[in-house]
Design a binder for this molecule. Structure first.
Ligand code: PLP
Ligand code: ZN
Length: 391
């Protein structure tokens, strides 16, 4: 098989198709402007265990379902194929569920942003792009800086001034141009866009570029492979821009088409910070899109996204999967973070810690039934956030 089976891109809202051999952003249909999805020539009758056996323990083991055609363009630091860890000591109530962490904290630059950025930077390199810009709440900027260093591209990172120092320092150390902004990620986005247009830089803002989604999609392939193609009943996901949630769902769709999994799907749960809970509100009010919601600082900077660009796609996944959405306060995230550290020996990001609190809430409401297998995605490394935690 070819390195990549990519065919083209399509708009999931209006169906328009776009060439993957050209630089693309979002759907050009003015009334649509949806994020674009990559389409692949999905093979039938391939045994995934045979296909992947002996391949490197990184997300590029799934290279057929990633967008890069020439191996020389792959910019990798060994991201992905992260461990699946059963909860051993943390207990809640009757302890009648099997609960697992998929622990993304060991990724390069300490978060799962490495996956999306590895894919986006690689494809950008393949398309001849030399300068890349992103607005970020922290982790995407560090990842962009590192992968641009590895791939010899120039990175421009727009980050809120109030982000913990380590997120800024890593960008500088990796040689990126860091622009500190007085405001939130939405303000960063506006400035980044203005400067990108003026200087001809390529923007990789969440879901305004098609290939970060493809990198994050590999979490879905890994979940299936690591659960021996018998995927869990419930997946909790800390939702900022929603790339991982949409990506995992896309992966399940592709794998079903190839006959690797059946039609049964996990119920997908979006967990937000109480500071930015627009998706949670829209979900419970039966809306198709979300409002701009920003109540200021949260220790989970990755969740400070007042209005995700792909809000409609996030809400669609939650509904299609019979999932739900809920928001968690900073105080509860901090309590959960400490409990996980003491009981499990894992110092995880507040975004990930929010999921443990969300799990308890969903158990209290009997939304998660006894016996169901539950997966929590710890998206980042707690060591980067110590400045924000009262120890
Ligand atoms: C960016 C980020 C998130 C949110 O991810 P999305 O795919 O944008 O929803 C969650 N956790 C951490 C640690 C992050 O850096
Ligand atoms: Zn469209």
């Amino acid at each position: 098989m070819k390195l990549s089976l990519i065919e083209d891109l399509h708009c999931p809202a209006c169906g328009t198709r776009y060439s993957s051999a050209l630089v693309q952003t979002v759907c050009l249909n003015e009334t649509c402007k949806s994020s674009l999805f990559a389409s692949y020539e999905l093979p039938l009758a391939v045994d995934p265990d045979k296909l992947f056996s002996g391949r490197p323990a990184s997300m590029w083991r799934y290279h057929e379902f990633l967008p890069v055609n020439n191996p020389e363009n792959i910019v990798t630091l060994g991201e992905g194929f992260t461990p699946l860890l059963p909860l051993r000591n943390l207990r809640y109530k009757d302890n009648d569920n099997q609960v697992f962490w998929k622990d993304e904290s060991g990724n390069p630059t300490g978060s799962f942003k490495a996956r999306g950025i590895s894919s986006a930077v690689s494809k950008a390199k393949e398309l001849g792009i030399t300068d890349i810009v992103t607005p970020t709440a922290g982790n995407a900027g560090g990842a962009l800086a590192a992968y641009c260093a590895q791939g010899s591209l120039n990175a421009y990172v727009y980050m809120p001034r109030l982000t913990p120092k380590v997120f800024k320092d890593e960008c500088r150390l990796y040689g990126a141009n860091l622009i500190e902004v007085d405001g939130n990620i939405a303000d960063c986005g506006k400035l980044a866009e203005r400067d990108a247009i003026e200087n001809g830089w390529f923007q990789v803002s969440t879901l305004k570029e098609p290939y970060r989604l493809e990198g994050k999609k590999t979490m879905g392939y890994e979940i299936a492979e690591q659960f021996n193609w018998n995927i869990p009943d419930v997946i909790l996901y800390p939702t900022g821009g929603g790339t991982g949630l949409i990506g995992i769902w896309k992966a399940f769709d592709e794998m079903e088409k190839m006959g690797w999994i059946g039609s049964r799907r996990p119920r997908m749960v979006a967990v937000q910070s109480a500071s930015c809970d627009g998706i949670t509100q829209a979900f419970h009010q039966h809306e198709l899109s979300s409002q701009f919601v920003d109540h200021g600082f949260t220790i989970a900077n990755g969740l400070r996204v007042p209005k995700p660009y792909a809000d409609k796609l996030i809400l669609k996944v939650l509904r299609e999967s019979a999932g739900t959405a809920l928001s968690i306060t900073d105080q509860d995230m901090e309590t959960a973070l400490k409990e996980i550290a003491r009981k499990e020996g894992m110092l995880i990001a507040p975004e990930g810690a929010a999921l443990w609190q969300a799990f308890k809430t969903l158990k209290d409401h009997n939304w998660i039934a006894p016996g169901e297998r539950v997966l929590l995605l710890n998206t980042g490394n707690g060591y980067k956030y110590l400045e924000n935690i009262n120890i």
